[in-house]
Design a protein. Sequence first.
Length: 568
Amino acid sequence: MQNQSRQLTIYRITWTLFLLSVLGFLIIYPIFMLGVGAVSTGGPTSTDSTIGYDAFLRVVQDPNVLRVTWNTLVVCTGGTIIAVVVGLFFSWVTARTNTPFARAIEATSIMPLLIPPLVAGVAWSILGSPQTGLLNVLLSGLGLPIKVNFYTPLGIIVIFGIYYAPYVYMFTASAMKNMDPSLEEAAAISGVSTWKTIFQITLPLIMPAIIAGSMLSFVVMLGIYGIPATLGTPERYTVLTTYIYELLSSAPADFNRAAATSLILIFVTALAVIAQQRVLKGKSFVTVSGKAFKPRRIDLGRWRYVTLAVSIIYLFIAVVLPMGALIIGSLRKFLYLPSAASLFDWSAYSFDHFHRLFSNSLTTLSLVNTLKIGVITAIIGGILSFMLAYTIYRTKLPFRRLIDIISTLPIAIPGLVIGVAYIWAWISLPGGIYGSIWILALAFVARFIPDTVKSLSTSLLQIHTELEEASLICGRGRLYTIRKIILPLIAPGLVSSMSLLFILAIRELGSSLFLYSSKSLPMSVLLVNLYEGGNFGVTAAFSVVQTAILVVVVLFTTWLGRMMSIAK
């Protein structure tokens, strides 16, 4: 009996050390090497590098870095404010009002997430260019003395807010649906107006969800490269992500300053995460009790048609308008429009850009590479996330809290910084992993571990522990119990998490920019190359193709998840 207990202890320690080693390989080691790069005198391949703080001090004292950091905070804060307003509006409309077609609005309100940031940037550069933008041509054709220009900080802020409002919506809609309406009903009985009730009762009660959604939006915006690159670069408006890209794409590349600047980006992101925790610490926001209730829907009267109209306008601006611009840009022989009437000149349309796109061997290569990377990321990330989630939430193994902390760290590390860190970690090591599809897949796994672990934790926590205990009491081992009981029960959640990884891998750009080679070129990087090369028609065509692939994948995985839930 004593030997069996000792053997079990060895197994537990071995398993814990294995998980810590994997997390160290994926997360701790690259971040450590990034810190080394920030305080060293040589590049990542240098053999005579020494510790020196010149690069780090130059970055900290450089007024350009302060300006770029300020620009980053401005556009991300502004974008977050818009995202919170839009996300709260949609969650309130769909969860607490009698707005018509609420379910359809709910289903389509997250559609902007299907449009990759770079694709959104390309679309709005076609729409909002101050000289040749489609919107300006149409406004001029209508005789309106209005001109829009999205090549400005305000343009970046608006696009950030539009496309990251779904993050706020996903958090706040759930909170509103689960909130006990008794306090709102008491306010209504007391004669308090609807708007006063919203701002004094409803919003304060869901404050944790609002803060969580807003901080997530802010952190995601900090690491976005595609939108600032397409809308900020023409007017030389630089943020931290585009500044880091300039450092590494220059000749020669300044690896040390890029590493030091990346640490600043991590620092800003970490401050946002810490601020979120400090704001919520010690406060109670309990809104769900054991008492059954049905969420109260507010009768808006005639105003319900106003909320419906606002919802339709948002979806038109966020999805229909940019996709229409991309389709027009991909089909017109020349993007320039002399007048609004020329938009309907059908002789100016053809499939030439699509022909040029698919006659390029790099297109097929990038498509194949992206699908391979997505599958590898989904399989490795799904298996690892299940092992981590099960260990953290279903066992009492030692150091599981440490495992939880390390697996959550990438929340505070933007994708672009992951790419820079992986350069320092792997470029000089033998084995040929750098520049292969494997380094991209591993970077994506590290980047999105927090998303999939938290997603799987929800499925695991829904399974009562007595099912496992009954199996173990019957003499079945832990592996048998996992294989025969746990995995079948969480199969829909596991497939959903792996599908999420696949989708995120397809659209991820930041982590890819510095890790690819000519043989491992992914779609997102080829799209950047096409845009920077001035091939706007081909870029628009490729944007349509990438978005179509994402839509097909989402529809397929949604259908598969439903089928598995029915079978379950």
